[in-house]
Write a protein that binds this ligand. Structure first.
Ligand code: TRP
Length: 450
């Protein structure tokens, strides 16, 4: 497809919705609370917010500007700026990372769909106790068929939407349902905050104990910031490539970051008061949200209805995220190899499904429950490698590329709403991109890998 025939967002508002739809997902509502819960609560939140502001936001502008400038998928974007160089390998790493994240992300997304059915059957009405909530989650986890079927279902729906293209497929979903998710989170937050003993949860979440800072907390907070904002693998390069030249990239990028962070923050406000009010453990790990939220629902009028609606909206939020994970690989196949969009979407989905099988069996097959010598389950290992390390590595290489190959000055020109005037914070942005971000990520990565 020639550059002029590529799909385009019909307005900047639609772009913000789609990019926010990519960013907002299981990362905010499932991954953020459990990672925070395992890493000291408030101290994690504090470092996470710093990482969003000083690393996430600037990297968001790197990706969007590179994408819009080149109008290409990540591989094509690097190739356009620095032809026939090794840099396009960074684009390939992004394509690979997207498929690998999709493979386990869709397993968890499948759980949310399963929970819609559980909610419909009234499982989360009043009188729920901790053992029941735990048993419900565990019986799902240990059932290989439920996991495989819902994984296939979720990946299939994703492929169907992506195969229909940017405007018809992606935009339609995001405009109504994202604001609705926000609304329901606010309702849940109000309920959680008025539970008996909620204040203990709040102080765990908001009152940092700085003695708990350690290297692990910093690594996880950094990884979470990239994961939640969909950064480090070219999703925002790809979405930026569908952005028209006349749109205000500066404003759109900031809006995406603010919405995403707000939703994650709100999820914590719902989860932690509930956790402490019902005497659950904040460090339960990946099952945290699934074992905690049912209690918030059980304390609401029309709890089953609210639960059904909530898991439906969460599934949609996950869908707008899986769409962006598939879209990177599809944009690459369509742009660079002229493969038809429909075929590309189904091929990528098929590969992700096969890769997802061991993650789907993480709760049922002993080998994948606890990998020999690693001691983690397969899904958690995939999340650590691709969702933490690979995104940080991708963001580091992208930053070096933007700062020194494309040059921060050129990128800044693309970010400026008015080419004649530097944007607010332009000098700070260049300084972060050239010095602070590469050094900080490199140090954290070296520490993690050595
Ligand atoms: N950001 C999404 C979430 O929080 C997940 C996601 C979608 C993602 N696309 C991505 C993460 C690209 C990393 C890179 O749920």
């Amino acid at each position: 497809m020639s550059a002029s025939k590529r799909g385009k967002w019909s307005s900047s508002f639609k772009f913000v919705l789609a990019a926010a739809g990519s960013a907002i997902g299981l990362g905010n509502i499932w991954r953020f609370p459990y990672t925070a819960g395992m890493n000291g609560g408030a101290v994690f939140l504090f470092i996470y917010l710093l990482a969003v502001l000083f690393l996430g936001l600037p990297v968001m502008y790197e990706e969007l500007s590179l994408g819009r400038h080149t109008q290409k998928n990540p591989v094509g974007a690097f190739e356009t700026i620095k032809p026939r160089s090794g840099w396009k390998l960074v684009g390939f790493l992004g394509v690979l990372t997207g498929i690998c994240i999709l493979s386990y992300y869709a397993v968890v997304a499948g759980w949310t769909v399963y929970y819609i059915f559980l909610s419909l059957t009234g499982k989360f009405s009043s009188g729920l106790d901790a053992n029941t909530a735990k048993a419900i989650f565990e019986s799902m986890g240990s059932n290989p068929w439920i996991n495989l079927i819902f994984l296939a279902l979720f990946i299939g729906i994703t492929a169907y939407v992506v195969s229909r293209g940017v405007e018809k497929g992606i935009e339609k979903w995001t405009s109504v349902l994202m604001p609705l998710l926000f609304l329901i989170l606010v309702i849940l937050a109000v309920r959680a905050l008025t539970l008996p003993g909620a204040s203990k949860g709040l102080s765990f979440y908001l009152k940092p104990d700085f003695s708990k800072i350690n290297f692990q907390v910093i690594l996880m907070a950094l990884g979470q910031a990239f994961f939640s904002l969909s950064l480090g693998m070219g999703a925002m390069i790809t979405y930026g490539s569908y952005l028209r030249k006349e749109e205000n990239l500066l404003k759109a990028g900031a809006e995406v970051v603010v919405f995403d962070t707000l939703i994650a923050f709100l999820a914590g406000i719902v989860i932690f008061p509930t956790v402490f009010s019902f005497g659950l453990s904040p460090s339960a790990g990946p099952s945290l949200v699934f074992q905690t939220l049912p209690f918030t629902f059980s304390k609401l009028p029309f709890g089953s209805l609210v639960a059904t609606l909530f898991f439906f909206l969460l599934a949609i939020a996950a869908l707008t995220s899986t769409i962006s994970l598939v879209e990177v690989a599809v944009a690459y196949l369509v742009d660079e190899h002229r493969i038809n969009r429909k075929l590309a979407a189904w091929v990528v989905a098929g590969v992700a499904f096969l890769l997802g099988v061991p993650s789907a069996l993480s709760g049922s097959v002993n080998l994948f429950k606890k990998l020999p010598a690693i001691g983690k389950d397969f899904l958690s290992l995939m999340d650590f490698i691709w969702g933490n390390i690979s995104l940080a590595l991708g963001a580091l290489l992208l930053t070096l590329f933007v700062a020194f190959v494309w040059k921060a000055e050129n990128a800044a020109m693309e970010i400026r709403p008015d080419p004649a005037k530097p944007f607010l914070g332009e000098e700070a942005w260049k300084f972060l991109v050239k010095f602070i971000i590469p050094i900080v990520i490199a140090l954290i990565l070296l520490n993690a890998l050595l």
